[in-house]
Ligand binder design. Structure first.
Ligand code: SF4
Length: 486
């Protein structure tokens, strides 16, 4: 990806392991790609709840030397990239609140599409919010006296919020994991020694030697306590309609994770194979845009018989400063992040493979650098269909005006990016590369068909909102077709 989309957050929780904050810290380290702006861990020894949080990458936010201040056999942690709610210390999660039912810590991954509307209602009745995040609304719902006295208060409150959410809750004696009825974001359950682990991606289990058990189901709430694991479906049956974010497979999740029932690298590999079958062109070498383009490039090579070579090298030590959401900084970041290996591309017809194309800024600069290094031809291949709609469920795509494919046709993009040809995988090709039936995935950023109606006004994104609309006339295959010129 040309570095503009960001995942909201990563979650990690453990019950039943001595000094649980330590494996939570390690798991968050494996999930750092899901959020680099802030991090936090909250632990409980069954009596007292303690918290450490801070801005920056995990080692700055919660230095490992601080972990001894987080004793206890249960802990939850969070890494955050903010888009809903600005970047400020009070927004760092897990949030810890003290209300009539006692202390509660909350960590959230996703984006609620009715949080603003609910917040306005609560504020109208005098509620005071401590943060500017969408996540805090669940606190006010839980603390509402009408809800406190309900038999299944948490289940009721979860049914009041809409959109994408995986929540981890920590009380002094248990952790609770919950996933929205669409299962938009991944959430995995594992076993570690005598205890249990919950994490956004299975890769967090590997580092601590935990075994993957299963995914938390859409609409399911899992309570882990001294009594063991208790599962409960909190969402009404009619609301449970899986719509897993297919972009997790395309770009966001780590390739060594298994989510939505399959390994991410293998999905990307298949996407690359389909992409090659749909858009083959005579060439000498395949070059991946590192790192996320590698799996698809490997698949492309297998299907095309062309060699893969490292024509681009990525500098892994470019800090968050260079990923700041300012266009000028982004342009500078290109030369900081990638360098061309001229010997690989000189006098060659190059197939350049990436997983997605958002604004195109990075890609344009990379293509220019590859051409400057002597490439004869550059053919850009993208292993997802054109991103033409924004995401309201927790992926920070820009507004529609800034999405390159929403405002340019293929010849215009070829000219702007400086490539000989540009081809995307087709929508049907993308869906053929994943294992579940097509209707089990959200692909709204490609199709405009949003699985959950967006209730809040979403600023300038909202004018593009097509949520709930069915646009059967749209010929998606034509829009996204690999070989067709527009
Ligand atoms: S709109 Fe796109 S990025 Fe957002 S949840 Fe759906 S598939 Fe994922």
């Amino acid at each position: 990806m040309d570095c503009e989309g960001h995942e909201y957050c990563g979650l990690m929780g453990i019950f039943g392991v001595p000094d649980a904050a330590v494996p939570v810290w390690l798991g968050l380290h494996a999930l750092q790609h899901r959020g680099q702006e802030s991090a936090g861990i909250v632990s409980s020894d069954g009596d007292k709840i303690r918290s450490r949080k801070g801005m920056g990458l995990l080692p700055q936010a919660v230095p490992s030397s601080e972990l001894e201040k987080l004793p206890g056999h249960l802990a939850i942690g969070h890494v955050r990239y903010s888009t809903t709610g600005s970047s400020k210390p009070q927004n760092i999660q897990p949030l810890v609140v003290d209300y009539s039912e006692g202390l509660l810590a909350i960590a959230h991954n996703g984006n609620l599409v009715n949080a603003r509307t609910l917040r306005d209602e609560y504020e109208a009745y005098g509620s005071i919010f401590q943060t500017s995040t969408d996540s805090e609304i669940i606190v006010h719902l839980l603390a509402n006296p009408e809800n406190v006295c309900r038999e299944n208060s948490l289940g009721h409150c979860l049914n009041c919020v809409k959109g994408a959410y995986c929540f981890l809750f920590l009380r002094d004696d248990r952790i609770i994991a919950a996933r929205d009825p669409q299962g938009l974001r991944p959430l995995c359950l594992g076993k570690l020694d005598e205890g249990y682990v919950v994490a956004s991606e299975s890769v967090a289990f590997d580092l601590i030697g935990a075994n993957f058990l299963r995914e938390v189901e859409p609409g399911e709430m899992v309570t882990i306590s001294a009594e063991g694991v208790k599962s409960e479906i909190f969402a009404p049956k009619k609301d449970i309609k899986p719509a897993h974010c297919i972009f997790e497979h395309i770009y966001f999740a780590r390739p060594d994770s298994s989510i939505f029932g399959e390994n991410v690298h293998q999905v990307r590999h298949r996407l690359g194979r389909v992409l090659a079958e749909e858009s083959m062109v005579p060439a000498d070498v395949v070059v991946a845009i590192p790192d996320s383009g590698y799996s698809a490039a490997l698949g492309y090579c297998q299907a095309s018989g062309l060699p893969l070579d490292r024509g681009l090298i990525r500098n892994h030590y470019v800090g968050r400063t260079f990923l700041a959401p300012v266009q000028r900084q982004r342009v500078r970041a290109v030369s900081m992040k990638h360098n061309v290996v001229p010997a690989v591309v000189k006098d060659k017809r190059v197939i350049l493979v990436d997983d997605s194309l958002i604004r195109g800024t990075t890609t344009k600069n990379l293509v220019g650098a590859i051409r400057a290094a002597g490439a004869k031809e550059v053919h850009l291949r993208i292993s997802c269909p054109p991103n033409i709609y924004p995401c309201f469920y927790g992926i920070d795509f820009p507004t529609r005006e800034e999405l390159l494919a929403a405002t340019h046709d293929i010849p215009q993009m070829e000219e702007l990016l400086g490539v000989d040809t540009l081809r995307y995988i087709s929508l049907s090709g993308m869906l053929s590369a994943v294992s579940l039936p097509a209707h089990h995935y959200c692909a709204a950023c490609f199709t405009g068909k949003y699985p959950v109606k967006v209730i809040d006004k979403m600023g300038d994104k909202y004018s593009m909102d097509r949520s709930g609309e069915e646009d059967e006339d749209r010929d998606m295959l034509d829009l996204h077709g690999g070989g067709k010129k527009h």
